[in-house]
Design a protein around this ligand. Structure first.
Ligand code: GLP
Length: 244
């Protein structure tokens, strides 16, 4: 779906989330959201906060699972996705803290596998993800599923691609400070969400959007597996859609 601006696209996705949360709240049921970090979803979070503050959107039954976190990464670190999510979104809505799930960058190495298995179990126990929000990295990653991530991959520790680390460098005062690893939901974890919105804005995303959307699905571009999902929507501005 093509929108004239990133702001209009964010409003559309926010409305879809708003409709689902209100319907579930009316039925006394929870809503499970899969959330993403990065510059792309900032407008979406801003709009959801506005819907909460001005239109009474109630997050008290919302349960969230974030896609990924750098590893290692202390929670209070300025670069942590934990901190970013709280500052950008969670602090501004009435979501109960115990409903928030984010991969833990503070684990000891030997704790990671058990944590990842438990993360998958918690998603299932919550009823599965209703709406998953995604951005896309220049390597075609969704979450941190870098090239080579299998279609059946699950939440796990991954090694970051050098392009991804270079793209993150300005936020870390240089590439040498960017972690080499991350914990991410897997491709299979993401594809199990009932509905998916992949958002991409700006000309720097045009080439990878083209490959993800119009070339055959391949492990080399994990976002391309979204073509096999029954309800995935790619939400673009004109610059990101330029090569389609
Ligand atoms: C990071 C995140 C991804 C995100 C990507 C693109 O690598 N782990 O989830 O989609 O960056 O970031 P941006 O939205 O800032 O372009």
């Amino acid at each position: 779906v093509l929108f004239p601006t990133a702001a209009a696209a964010a409003r559309y996705v926010a409305r879809e989330i708003d409709k689902l949360i209100r319907a579930r709240n009316a039925a006394g049921k929870s809503t499970v959201l899969g959330l993403a970090t990065g510059s792309t979803p900032v407008g979406l979070y801003r709009e959801l906060i506005r819907l909460h503050q001005e239109e009474g959107l109630d997050f008290s039954r919302v349960i969230t699972f974030n896609l990924d976190e750098y590893y290692p990464m202390p929670k209070e670190d300025p670069h942590s996705y934990f901190r970013w999510m709280h500052e950008t979104f969670f602090h501004h809505v009435n979501i109960p803290w115990e409903n928030i799930h984010i991969p833990d960058g503070t684990l000891a190495k030997e704790e990671i596998d058990a944590f990842c298995a438990e993360y998958e179990r918690k998603i299932k126990a919550a009823g599965g993800i209703d709406i998953q929000i995604l951005g896309i990295g220049r390597t075609g990653h969704i979450g941190f599923n870098e090239p080579g991530s299998p279609r059946n991959s699950r939440t796990r520790l991954v090694t970051l691609d050098s392009i991804t680390r270079r793209d993150a460098a300005p936020g870390f005062f240089g590439e040498e400070n960017v972690p080499h690893h991350a914990i991410t939901m897997g491709v299979a974890t993401i594809l199990e969400a009932r509905r998916i919105f992949l958002m991409a804005f700006g000309e720097h995303k045009a080439s990878i959007v083209y490959k993800a959307v119009e070339q055959p699905p391949t492990e080399a571009i994990s976002a391309s597996f979204l073509q096999e999902h029954p309800d995935a929507t790619v939400v673009l501005d004109p610059a990101a859609a330029a090569e389609l």
